[in-house]
Design a protein around this ligand. Structure first.
Ligand code: APR
Length: 224
């Protein structure tokens, strides 16, 4: 049985990483258009680097929570593919083996000259940190207005799902939100979120709970 899991910021909220659309359109106190767009990068590279440096430092101090661990336990019985919108590595640290990052990874950087030149990066990234082509390195994240190259492999994975779990996402960002439309007609969909963006239907079972509560419970049921 193929289980596909689409996760968003909500799954990492209880690890201490804030979601994006919390209150006032700010992301950790920053205007998203300034820190997460190609225009913002051009206008104030230092500010964008510092923003991601703060996020990277924070990530190195937090831990996966019960929801991340439960998903990794699901591999005991199912072929599990996780498609995450998150740039954190909490699924990997919890032991999930197949994790596709739709929006990039905070612990990677890439060359502005050659986008396929991607490096692991756990420290701060600064102006003057160059790739081997003497071009500035940038965070390996997808900014607003940029293409989402992992969407195509993600949609192919989603097409094979017998069960789709959607966890902690506002379903406001495309194309990620459109992945749901790729499932087969008889795929069972579970949506776990304390403030769910979609309504229940014959196809979608809504579980209105925090990830750390709802995901372990559902995983226990599925493993029975
Ligand atoms: N458990 C589960 N879900 C939660 C929890 C929790 N403890 N706390 C909050 N949520 C839910 C919220 O109800 C909301 O539906 O998580 C969702 C977070 O939504 P967003 O902040 O919009 O995050 P996400 O959907 O992942 O955003 C998508 O937008 O900013 C971009 O690229 C960024 O990947 C991100 C994308």
């Amino acid at each position: 049985m193929e289980v596909v899991v689409l996760t968003g910021a909500g799954i990492s909220a209880e690890s201490g990483i804030k979601t994006f659309r919390d209150a006032d359109g700010l992301w950790e106190g920053h205007d998203v258009m300034e820190v997460a767009t190609p225009e913002g990068w051009k206008k104030n590279t230092e500010k964008v680097l510092e923003f991601y440096n703060q996020r990277r430092r924070q990530l190195l101090q937090v831990e996966p929570n019960a929801a991340h661990y439960a998903l990794s336990a699901l591999e005991e019985k199912f072929n599990v593919n996780i498609i995450t919108q998150n740039v954190d590595d909490l699924h990997e640290r919890a032991g999930s083996s197949k994790v596709l990052h739709l929006h990039g990874e905070l612990l990677k950087v890439r060359s502005c000259f050659d986008e396929d030149l991607v490096l692991d990066w756990k420290k701060d990234l600064n102006i003057g940190d160059f790739c081997e082509h003497n071009s500035q390195l940038r965070p390996h994240v997808v900014w607003f207005g940029e293409a989402v190259p992992m969407f195509s492999p993600a949609s192919e994975i989603t097409e094979k799902a017998d069960i789709l779990l959607i966890i902690g996402t506002s379903m406001q960002v495309y194309p990620a939100a459109a992945l749901m439309d790729f499932v087969k007609e008889d795929t069972k969909i579970y949506f776990i979120d304390p403030d769910p963006a979609i309504a229940s239907s014959s196809r979608v079972k809504i579980i209105k709970e925090k990830a750390s509560v709802g995901v372990p419970k559902l995983v226990e049921d599925l493993l029975k």
